[in-house]
Design a protein around this ligand. Structure first.
Ligand code: ADP
Length: 378
């Protein structure tokens, strides 16, 4: 009893203290001499006096009180939180003659509990604030994204409108330059004829540009209902669009058949593949016979990845992303083109809900890949 950290004391049935241990001295501040013979109510703040008759009544009936949390008062008048256990003391005949009390100082535990509760409340407040901030941010991002999409759409429409309206004056330039050569060529000296031919060539280049821009505009703007499309049919049509060059270069095309069905848009998929085939045939050294391999892999349950591999001049790894941008050309001096083909590929694939990319090194050919959703039931 004397080496316990808790206050252990006993009292008789009138509530007079009869024993007092070292723990009680430490916790309540009264020495044994000061405490013994005094009423236990001296340990109670006045507003708790009414607890004592109830406690005594229970003890008289031989009942215990376990871990009852209450407030007591030290000698210096300060209050402390305690957990109280009271049990009856009986004489040899079993008659209740008093009570023993064990009081544990729980001020620290209480303080920790209060702090924990406050911390929890603060956390809840912070969380609510964070939630509000996040919702605000998300709203902002949504608004900005919608705004960007609108601006992008307007730009694409502008490009389409300009390209469309350029056609008529361009055709007139082309036609009149040709007529000038045919009908008045004999009146012009060699330099004059050369100038005219330059006008014809330049307007043919511009015509190709306008044509490709319009094709880009159509892929970017057109309604594109998605459905199940046959990769094999799209491939065959794309090949036949490139037939003249395939024959001219004696190219070898090697698809791994059969090819699966995918979610997409037939016309767009055909155009995407035709552009990739056209590049694979074009960007090949003059002395090399073009060889294109084409296959599809199902890497997960949801998607199909389509590969097209050539034996061409390759692309430096630092340009692999750039080549998909409008007007980006790496070998403009050696090979004809407008720099729009791969932008159409990217736009088309994105509008079909897919992704596109390339792997290559100069001199080692290029591998272009497209990932699309697998058709239901495939
Ligand atoms: P274009 O073919 O009209 O030049 P693209 O947008 O189709 O325009 O291609 C952009 C550039 O990417 C090309 O000019 C070329 O430098 C490079 N490129 C595209 N495809 C290949 C390929 N298969 N092999 C090597 N370079 C390529």
């Amino acid at each position: 009893v004397n080496s316990s950290d808790d206050a252990i004391l006993s009292k008789d049935l009138d509530g007079v203290i009869t024993s007092w241990n070292a723990g009680a001295e430490r916790i309540f501040g009264y020495t044994t001499e000061e405490a013994i013979g005094k009423p236990v109510t001296m340990l109670m703040p006045p507003e708790r006096y009414n607890e004592e008759p109830d406690i005594l009544a229970r003890i008289r009936r031989g009942l215990r009180i376990d871990h009852y949390q209450t407030v007591r008062r030290r000698k210096d008048g300060s209050l402390l939180d305690i957990s109280l256990s009271v049990s009856p003391i009986k004489d040899a005949q079993g008659k209740v003659i008093g009570a023993s009390k064990i009081a544990r100082d729980i001020t620290e535990t209480k303080r920790a509990e209060t702090e924990l509760r406050q911390a929890k409340e603060n956390l809840a407040l912070l969380n609510a604030e964070l939630g509000r901030a996040k919702a605000g941010l998300e709203r902002e991002v949504l608004l900005r994204t919608a705004e960007l999409r609108r601006t992008n759409q307007q730009l694409e429409e502008l490009v389409y409108a300009i390209a469309h309206d350029l056609r008529a004056p361009l055709r007139a330039m082309q036609a009149f330059a040709k007529m000038l050569l045919e009908d008045y060529g004999r009146h012009l000296d060699e330099l004059g004829q050369d100038y005219c031919q330059r006008i014809v060539r330049a307007s043919a280049n511009m015509d190709a540009l306008v044509r490709d821009l319009l094709a880009y505009g159509r892929v970017a703007r057109a309604d594109m209902p998605l459905g199940t499309v046959s990769l094999q049919t799209a491939w065959e049509e794309a090949v036949s669009q490139n037939e003249p060059v395939i024959r001219e270069r004696n190219a070898r095309l090697e698809p791994s058949l059969p090819l699966p069905k995918v979610v997409g848009h037939h016309g767009t998929l055909t155009q995407v593949l035709a552009n990739l085939i056209s590049n694979g045939l074009k960007f090949v050294d003059a002395g090399t016979t073009p060889h294109l391999r084409f296959w599809a892999e199902e890497k997960d349950l949801r998607t199909v990845t389509i590969y097209i591999k050539d034996n061409g001049i390759g692309i430096g790894p630092q340009y692999l992303d750039r080549v998909f941008r409008v007007f980006e050309r790496l070998d403009g001096d050696r090979y004809p083109g407008t720099g729009i083909g791969l932008s159409i590929v990217r736009k088309g694939v994105e509008r079909m809900g897919g992704q596109v990319g390339a792997e290559s090194k100069p001199g080692e050919g290029s591998l272009f890949w497209i990932r699309l959703t697998k058709a239901p039931g495939e």
